[in-house]
Design a protein around this ligand. Structure first.
Ligand SMILES: [Zn+2]
Length: 501
């Protein structure tokens, strides 16, 4: 396929207004599936968490998972939604081998939650009020693996394998109303919105919220219209984008691609699109079906969901603090500068730093390690690679430095061994003998050896020319292979100089 032509981003924004809409699927972490008692677990052998209900054998009847309903209500309440006092499930009819039933059990005209909003801050500091149209319950589909093609997609594959472990896993789909007015920051707003949803469902404890495992997935709708016009442009829907960075890139790409097409006088095809992380581009999927095409009808095998007022109010009372409140609280507790805090949020490291501080590290030390050395290593490892280090281990590393047991250079070395799976920082320091030499006798001997080669240093220090000390400190650090505490070496050197005749 020919590579699509793109319009320069700034030029595209000069000519068109961007309208986005976001659909986020959240996989709930209930113990069992939405309509049967099969385990809801990731990573098991294919087709081991299945039963007659989730593979739709004749006569099998579903029953609704109570915890999944409660989790969905919690999500709705956290998004400021109204909760439907009575709602039915619906069948969304389609044929595809990823669901054995030939329909997906979903909600259509009676979603569990509707009419919410969420305040989202973008990197520039501007705050957008994103309106939520609805949040509804549904089941996930199974996983298809296409074998034999070059791309892993169905096109060109020789055969496909199906794993129904995920079929019937509870999902909540959260749909925004069209979002206007984000302008050049629409891609960043899309990513920040998904980040907030992820924070909310994580704080609620209703999802593992791991994007790399597909627990939170985003479909991004993008359309353009000439400035000053009313009518919405034709939209495309880029499916299943599963990292924050990809969401930002995919929205930006679609803006540039559509702007080029519209400016050439052509029309946009209403369709789904696939995001290709490696190429940084989208490609056409299938023509987007309208809701009518799915022949939704009420699910006859399930009774309506009717949460009592008492249940809703008790769930409301159990909600954790809002992400925006949490940020304000953390910013005040940590005492970071506004820029430092925003960088942490944008690097998506709020949780890690909070947990590291909770494990005993000073906020600035936690920030320094996650934003510095660990960010560098993560960057080199590439997208989606998880570093093998826990916040508790980073806190332990920071404590070792604070106690003077290791210096920064040794700490970086220790961190390398932690990432390689050798154990906790303290274990590694003990096992590898990496502790800084705090025995003054050994330091004094090394200082005296260095002074023997630099006879001018003591007179210089006595005359107050402290920069002369650097030469000796450097020589001691080198002789002790970095395991000396430079500050202590300096103190001892000054003592020696003061005692010298
Ligand atoms: Zn089952």
């Amino acid at each position: 396929m020919a590579k699509a032509e793109l319009m320069n981003y700034e030029k595209a924004l000069e000519q068109f207004e961007v309208v986005i809409g976001l659909e986020v699927h959240v996989e709930l972490n209930t113990k069992t599936k939405m309509f049967c008692g099969c385990k809801n677990e990731f990573g098991n052998e294919p087709n081991t968490n299945v039963c007659p209900i989730c593979i739709a054998l004749p006569g099998a009847l579903p029953a609704v998972n109570k915890t999944a309903v409660e989790s969905s209500i919690k999500i709705g309440l956290a998004l400021g939604c109204d909760i439907q006092p009575t709602g039915r499930f619906a069948r969304k009819n389609y044929f595809y081998p990823d669901l054995a039933k030939n329909f997906q059990t979903s909600q259509y005209d009676e979603p569990i939650a509707f009419n919410g909003s969420l305040e989202i801050e973008v990197p520039s500091g501007a705050v957008h009020n994103v309106l939520i149209e609805r949040a509804h319950m549904e089941e996930d589909a199974g996983k298809l693996t296409h074998i034999g093609g070059a791309t892993g997609r169905i096109q060109g594959a020789e055969y496909s394998l199906v794993d129904y472990n995920r079929a019937g896993v509870p999902l909540v789909e959260i749909v925004t109303k069209p979002i206007f007015g984000a302008g050049a920051e629409a891609p960043e707003l899309a990513a920040a919105y998904v980040r907030s949803i992820r924070e909310i469902v994580k704080a609620l404890g209703v999802s593992d919220a791991r994007m790399e495992r597909g627990n939170v997935r985003c479909d991004a709708n993008v359309s353009l219209r000439p400035h000053g016009t009313e009518k919405l442009g034709t939209r495309t829907e880029t499916k299943n984008v599963n990292s924050l960075r990809s969401i930002e890139r995919a929205v930006r790409y679609e803006i540039q691609r559509q702007a080029h097409i519209l400016a050439s006088g052509d029309t946009i095809t209403q369709e789904t699109r696939h995001w290709h992380e490696d190429k940084g581009s989208t490609s056409a999927g299938r023509p987007k079906s309208d809701a009518d095409d799915y022949r939704y009808f009420p699910e006859p095998d399930l009774v309506p969901v009717q949460p009592s007022k008492e249940l809703i109010e008790s769930l409301r009372a159990s909600l954790p603090e809002k992400p925006s409140d949490r940020r304000k609280r953390l910013a005040a507790e940590w005492n970071f500068s506004e820029l430092e805090f925003r960088d942490v949020v944008n690097a998506d490291l709020l949780d890690q730093i909070e947990e590291t501080v909770a494990a005993g590290a000073k906020p600035q030390a936690a920030r320094k390690w996650w934003m510095g050395e660990l960010a560098r290593i993560a960057n080199e490892a590439g997208d989606g690679v998880e570093l093998n280090v826990t916040p508790a281990q980073v806190a332990e590393l920071a404590k070792l430095i604070e106690d003077g047991k290791i210096n920064d250079r040794l700490a970086r070395e220790v961190l390398g061994f932690v990432l390689a799976g050798e154990g906790s920082p303290a274990e590694i320091v003990a096992a590898r003998g990496l502790e800084v030499v705090s025995d003054d006798g050994a330091l004094i001997a090394a200082i005296e050896a260095a002074l023997a080669n630099a006879p001018d240093v003591i007179p210089a220090i006595k005359e107050g020319r402290m920069q002369a000390a650097g030469q000796v400190i450097g020589a001691v650090m080198k002789a002790m292979a970095g395991s000396a505490d430079a500050a202590r070496v300096r103190e001892l050197l000054i003592e020696i100089a003061n005692k010298a005749q």
